[in-house]
Design a protein. Structure first.
Length: 120
């Protein structure tokens, strides 16, 4: 087993859905539903309901609804890993400051019986 090289902890939320949208000005937008497999301060891994047909370095827009507050927000990212034709790793390119912190906080709170808050 490889040692962990990530600088940011990944959280595996349960049953958090996302809407994934392709961003290509020369083509019509494609939208597919998916589930968040894991999320961190720098990226997100998604399992889609169908293949999106995108390539490494393509841009995506991801709409997430906070599990506890129900507040929707959108992050933009670049496709960095193709784990399968329906499982993607995306690095954030632009997002609203604090939105990722909020969803991570809610995911940790929903998954653990004890909540540990630490300064990153």
């Amino acid at each position: 087993m490889k040692p962990e090289r990530r600088n940011h902890q990944r959280v595996q939320p349960k049953n958090i859905q996302a809407g994934i949208h392709s961003i290509d000005p020369s083509k019509p937008e494609v939208s597919i539903d998916g589930e968040i497999l894991d999320i961190s301060l720098t990226g997100i891994r998604l399992k889609l309901s169908a293949p999106l047909g995108k390539n490494i370095d393509d841009s995506l827009k991801i709409t997430i609804t906070s599990p506890e507050s129900g507040t929707p927000f959108t992050v933009h990212g670049t496709l960095k890993h193709l784990h399968s034709d329906t499982e993607y790793g995306v690095h954030y390119t632009h997002h609203i400051e604090g939105s990722i912190d909020d969803i991570l906080f809610e995911c940790v709170k929903l998954n653990d019986s004890t909540l540990l808050i630490k300064h990153l």
